[in-house]
Design a protein around this ligand. Structure first.
Ligand code: HEC
Length: 99
């Protein structure tokens, strides 16, 4: 029961990202499978900063500036997303990437 609710919760948060991201294929934004092997995203606090305010993050980070040049579309910020949410979203992505 708890596991089921937890899974639905993860799906629900992924819904914020799924309009622009897929796990395995690029869409409006990059495919997110294996994201913890790129940039500093293994550090979920860095990932949280990015998600909370992509414009501010990008202003001092050449890696995400490069992504913007490639995808030519600015990611929407989600100021209400928390570190726990980020842990859950990454767990969902990692799970979806191998299944
Ligand atoms: C409006 C579209 C949009 C939404 C919604 C969105 N993103 Fe993005 N995302 C992008 C784009 C476009 C980029 C590439 C950088 C840029 O151009 O801003 C990106 C880049 C990223 C990156 C870096 C990818 C890499 O390969 O290193 C991560 C991680 C990421 N987004 C996570 C998320 C998460 C998690 C959510 C949901 C909370 C989300 N994004 C919601 C469009 C979006």
């Amino acid at each position: 029961m708890f596991r089921k609710i937890f899974r639905q919760e993860k799906h629900c948060l992924w819904g914020k990202c799924a309009s622009c991201h897929q796990v395995l294929k690029p869409a409006t934004g990059p495919a997110l499978a294996g994201l913890e092997d790129r940039h500093t995203w293994a550090d979920h606090k860095e990932l949280l900063k990015w998600i909370n305010n992509p414009a501010a993050y990008l202003a001092k980070d050449s890696y995400t500036q490069g992504l913007l040049a490639q995808y030519k579309s600015m990611m929407t910020g989600f100021a209400d997303v928390t570190l726990t949410d980020v842990d859950n979203i990454v767990a969902y992505i990692n799970d979806a990437a191998i299944h």
